[in-house]
Design a protein around this ligand. Structure first.
Ligand code: ARG
Ligand code: ASP
Length: 709
């Protein structure tokens, strides 16, 4: 009775309080959110969004390229995603004569659409709760090891059985840290072609400088098309596009493939993440990026060579700085601790809750132990392997291990791979950068790791180089043949097993072997042991929270952490106050692009053509009713990596834009969500259409879309 009463209150509360919402909801269970979504302004039903009985919006959302989201916008399988999601493919198709990254690419006819072998689009067809089947035979008495074994076997059995009955790809995914399991049916499309992309100074406008930042002016979209049996794919559903734009307070929802979040971690874990690991990673990357910047500014060729590496390192670097600051300003650790106090109080109310209390308590010693191994891994990957020569040498370590007993076929395959890696490596390699990075990283690595717990090679800097990192680096780069493309190619051309021993003596291979051996022998086993224990504790702690939260915080709905499965999140359009005296409006316009324009700064170059359209105000039907061209907007949707390219939809389920980022102040949302500062950034669909239509003149694409005015 009491429970029923509480749930009724919860529904009443949800019905009256509409809030910018936290949560990444499982589409198959969206019924439980429907009332709240409608109270916030939604005019459609949960069934319109996800249904397995008739066509629904889920039939127009795909996992794009294994890491982003895309949405279908025509009955011909036309697909939109972000520019940064299509980037690799745009780059692959680019040559010196046709530099699509710089110039943009527009297939003016279907024949010009470019095949992208290896690119997939994956569409969810059905998902079924199979928790009982997977946890069959698991009891209170089952040990963690037994449980892991049983679960693994049950998954294997079920997948094999179900796969026989369907043309779709079947898999089982774990939710709530192994407390719930779903069987997923996916259709995999393997013929996805490139149709269009704006030039990078539109698609990546603002570059790394503006990345994660609001106000933002990036035209972050690219266009692809799904083909099936050689013909444009006819989807069961495609999104209608809205030209009405957004207003402050409008209801929106985002439908896509968020990759990973960790919202239910204990305070001790969040503390390790935000106050121990991230500061080190940020510090190491700051040093590397400073070195990149110094050389990139001096030399245009180096700028291009290191652009992608810079973007890769810079994305996480900037985000984690935001996380550290967000957790501090928002008092994330203190909030977790307060929650844990309430949790412990709840546990103490009944004997059978003791195991939940113990799970929370037991995190502390494991995390204490884990820290040493976690940092050793962090220094290996962030410092040791950030030295490009050492990372490159890792590829050759296998060749150096070849003996006369290794089958020739294996050697040939290895050499073949190494040839490709060699070409790719030297194309974008600039040795002065790498030498400077090596000095900085080895210095940091050596200083941070105790003498009795570091790879031998770091101690040799003391024993053989009098502790002088620079002279070791001089020796490494002076002696290793792996810094010369010519020499590497010569080795590959004339390789024989008898030459392996000599290769193994290369100082770069010695260095990487020393680091990897140390890791495999002294770090990995302990680290695995800790993460296994942590995962088991997380499962029990999650189970405890799933029981406690509905009782103690009945207004709080539970949702599982992101795990690369399809989710719905919803929230309202709106600006916010990121810090004292600063207020952000909810949208940006083309005026802002012209204000940022600077022909001398790579990230802020504006093309002649865009300026012309701006000057003549030739926005056509894509202008906002205020007469300006809106470029991007923010809303309170709970998104994360993988949500890039996701459709952001209005109350009628019409397409408003493409999600592509979050605001820096709220990047901690992967660990703790605060509706006052956690906002998602989307490019306005009207800007996208304006570019396709007015900028590129690719009218045929506009014609096949369904547009609501
Ligand atoms: N921050 C966004 C995300 O995490 C966009 C990254 C791509 N853009 C860039 N300038 N690096 O993926
Ligand atoms: N930019 C991210 C992505 O590529 C989205 C985010 O982290 O908000 O998926």
């Amino acid at each position: 009775m009491k429970k029923l009463f509480l749930t009724t209150i919860a529904i009443i509360l949800c019905g009256t309080i509409s809030r910018a919402d936290e949560g990444m909801w499982i589409p198959a269970l969206l019924q439980k959110n429907e009332a709240e979504m409608q109270a916030m302004g939604m005019k459609i039903t949960a069934d319109d969004i996800y249904s397995i009985n008739h066509s629904s919006m889920k039939d127009a959302v795909v996992l794009f390229g294994g890491g982003c989201t895309g949405e279908i916008v025509s009955d011909q399988g036309l697909l939109l995603t972000n520019h940064h999601c299509g980037y690799g493919w745009i780059q692959k198709h680019s040559t010196v004569e046709h530099d699509y990254l710089t110039e943009g690419f527009w297939a003016m006819t279907p024949e010009e659409e470019l095949a992208c072998p290896g690119l997939t689009a994956i569409m969810l067809k059905n998902m079924v709760d199979v928790t009982e089947k997977i946890l069959f035979n698991v009891t209170e008495e089952t040990t963690d090891e037994e449980r892991a074994k049983i679960v693994k076997e049950n998954i294997k059995k079920l997948v094999e059985e179900m796969q026989k009955e369907t043309e779709y790809e079947v898999s089982v995914e774990s939710f709530y840290q192994g407390n719930q399991y779903f069987l997923m049916y996916n259709e995999v499309f393997k013929d996805v072609r490139m149709v269009g992309a704006p030039p990078s100074n539109i698609g990546k406008f603002g570059g790394d400088t503006d990345n994660w930042v609001w106000p933002r002016h990036t035209g972050d979209f690219s266009i692809f098309r799904i083909y099936k049996d050689g013909q444009p794919y006819k989807p069961d559903y495609h999104f209608t596009i809205s030209l009405n734009g957004v207003e402050e307070g409008d209801f929106t929802f985002v439908f896509g493939y968020p990759a990973r979040t960790n919202e239910y971690l204990p305070a001790v874990a969040v503390n390790q993440e935000a106050n121990v690991v991230y500061p080190v990673v940020v510090d190491l990357r700051t040093q590397i990026l400073d070195i990149y910047n110094k050389y990139q500014e001096k030399d245009a060729k180096v700028r291009i060579q290191y652009a992608s590496k810079h973007a890769g390192l810079g994305n996480g670097w900037k985000k984690w700085m935001g996380v550290i600051e967000g957790i501090r300003n928002f008092k994330g650790i203190e909030k977790k601790q307060a929650f844990e106090e309430a949790y412990n109080n709840w546990c103490m109310q009944a004997r059978n809750r003791m195991k939940y209390m113990h799970a929370l308590r037991d995190f502390t010693p494991v995390y204490e132990e884990y820290e040493k191994y976690r940092m050793a891994t962090t220094y290996l990957t962030e410092a040791g392997l950030s030295i490009e020569l050492i990372d490159f040498a890792a590829n050759f370590a296998k060749l150096a291990d070849v003996t006369k007993d290794t089958p020739q076929e294996e050697i040939d395959e290895l050499i073949n791979d190494l040839r490709q890696e060699t070409t790719a490596f030297f194309k974008d390699y600039y040795q002065p950068i790498d030498e400077e990075v090596a000095v900085a990283m080895l210095t940091a690595y050596r200083a941070a790791q105790p003498e009795d717990f570091r790879p031998e090679i770091l101690n040799e800097i003391d024993t053989k180089f009098k502790g002088d990192v620079k002279s070791y680096v001089d020796y490494l780069f002076g002696k290793s043949i792996l810094i010369s493309e010519e020499k590497v190619v010569a080795i590959l051309d004339s390789f024989k097993p008898s030459k392996a021993k000599k290769l193994a003596k290369d100082p770069a291979i010695i260095a990487v072997n020393s680091m990897m051996d140390f890791y495999v022998e002294n770090v990995m086993p302990k680290s695995r042991e800790c993460t296994n224990r942590i995962n088991n504790l997380r499962r029990v702690y999650m189970e405890g929270q799933m029981k406690m939260i509905p009782e103690v915080y009945p207004e709080r709905n539970l949702y599982p952490d992101a795990n690369f499965t399809l989710r719905v999140t919803y929230g309202k359009v709106g600006g916010f106050k990121p810090k004292d005296a600063v207020t952000y409006r909810h949208f940006t316009t083309l005026d802002g692009i012209m204000q940022k324009e600077n022909p001398d700064i790579y990230d802020y170059v504006v093309t002649e053509r865009l300026r012309e359209l701006y000057d003549t105000k030739d926005f056509g039907r894509y202008a906002d009713k205020d007469g300006t061209m809106h470029v991007a907007f923010i809303a309170g949707n709970h998104t994360t990596g993988g949500n890039s390219g996701s459709p952001i939809l209005n109350a009628n389920g019409e397409l408003l834009g493409l999600n592509f980022d979050r605001t820096w102040e709220g990047t901690m949302s992967d660990l703790i969500y605060d509706p006052s500062i956690c906002k998602n950034i989307s490019v306005d669909i009207r800007y996208v259409l304006f570019l396709i239509d007015k900028y590129a003149g690719c009218q045929r694409l506009i014609d096949e879309m369904t547009i609501a005015e």
